[in-house]
Design a protein. Structure first.
Length: 62
């Protein structure tokens, strides 16, 4: 999932809510957490999965 899709999901949420994002590939894994933090959201955790994907939890800032 790219940050564009992540941002659209965050835009629909209230401040303080938590979004679970499934990331696949090296580029989203590098860029989505960094960009979320730069935009004022809290990166709560990043958990690699056995299939190469990763789960990312983001708390919407506000």
């Amino acid at each position: 999932m790219t940050f564009v899709r992540t941002r659209l999901a965050l835009d629909r949420m209230a401040a303080g809510q938590v979004l679970l994002v499934l990331l696949r590939g090296e580029e989203p894994l590098r860029n989505v957490p960094r960009t979320a933090a730069e935009q004022g959201h809290a990166v709560l955790g990043l958990e690699p999965q056995a299939d190469g994907a990763a789960r990312l939890w983001i708390r919407k800032g506000g």
